[in-house]
Write a protein that binds this ligand. Structure first.
Ligand SMILES: C[S@@+](CC[C@H](N)C(=O)[O-])C[C@H]1O[C@@H](n2cnc3c(N)ncnc32)[C@H](O)[C@@H]1O
Length: 263
């Protein structure tokens, strides 16, 4: 497990998130994959934990006008930006998911947590807090960068000298390349074990960006790009999600299993 920034204080992490440029997330194709795992959200009570600039909440608001939307983020600056875009459509709060969310037990039908767990010092504690605010038959939709989808190159990150070269050879999400204040590089097995320890049964697994390293180098990129849509469609059918760079999981709080559950 490769880590950076875990020695920083919580206050310093929050300060750095406030100061970090307002990056737009992984984009509309990623949001579509995430929403596909969530299902119909008509009338649902929805929470986005680590909502960032609110791209996912905006997509939910546009598609399901009856969904009741909440978002939290540790960064006050990001919460303000999201509030300026989404206005009263979404109830927002700044909160650290590891230290408690300002909601009663069982408040939500669906909780999203996309590209956040790898930025927590205690992701199990964050997951346990999400389990608390989810209804017993509710669903968690969580995404995490998957080091196995970049294997074996994720292990070589520390050997690559200089920020410029790391930027060329490593994905932005790699702890040796990213500008996020704190980061952890989890393998496929570590992600599944983490979600399990956090109190969830995984009932569906999806992926996004298969064989990501082929997109990093210009020659391979040119060859791979035309094939990428085909690979994205075919890989889940042959259960190749472990080779996806972003792993997307749907989980239910422990003890509640949806029909068609895996494992
Ligand atoms: C990589 S961004 C992902 C943003 C958004 N979920 C997305 O998919 O684009 C990570 C987000 O998690 C937030 N975050 C980090 N630590 C957090 C914590 N302890 N509690 C709540 N949010 C946190 C950051 O402020 C940041 O907005």
């Amino acid at each position: 497990m490769i880590k950076t920034g875990h020695e920083l204080s919580d206050a310093e992490i929050r300060r750095r998130y406030d100061a970090l440029g307002h990056r737009g997330g992984l984009g509309p194709a990623f949001v579509e994959r995430v929403l596909a795992l969530a299902g119909d959200l008509s009338g649902a009570r929805v929470l986005d934990v680590g909502c960032g600039m609110g791209a996912l909440l905006a997509a939910v608001a546009a598609r399901w006008p009856s969904a009741r939307l909440h978002g939290v983020d540790v960064s006050t600056a990001r919460v303000r930006t999201t509030a300026a875009t989404l206005g009263s459509r979404v109830a927002l709060a700044d909160a650290d998911v590891q230290h408690g969310l300002p909601f009663a037990r069982g408040s939500f039908d669906v909780v999203f947590c996309t590209e956040v767990l790898e930025h927590l010092k205690a992701p199990e504690r964050g997951l346990a807090e999400i389990a608390r605010v989810l209804a017993p038959d509710g669903a968690l939709v969580v995404t995490v960068p998957n080091a196995t989808g970049f294997a074996p190159f994720h292990r070589l990150g520390a050997l690559v000298p200089g920020r410029w070269l790391r930027g060329k050879l490593l994905p932005y999400e790699h702890p040796a390349n990213t500008d996020q204040p704190i980061d952890t590089c989890f393998t496929y097995r570590e992600i599944l074990a983490l979600v399990d320890r956090g109190g969830f049964d995984v009932v569906r697994i999806a992926g996004y960006r298969y064989f990501r390293y082929l997109e990093m180098l210009p020659l391979f990129r040119t060859l791979y790009r035309p094939l990428a849509p085909l690979v994205e469609r075919a890989a889940p059918r042959v259960a190749a999600q472990r080779f996806a760079y972003n792993l997307l999981l749907r989980g239910t709080p422990r003890g509640v299993r949806a029909p068609g559950a895996v494992g």
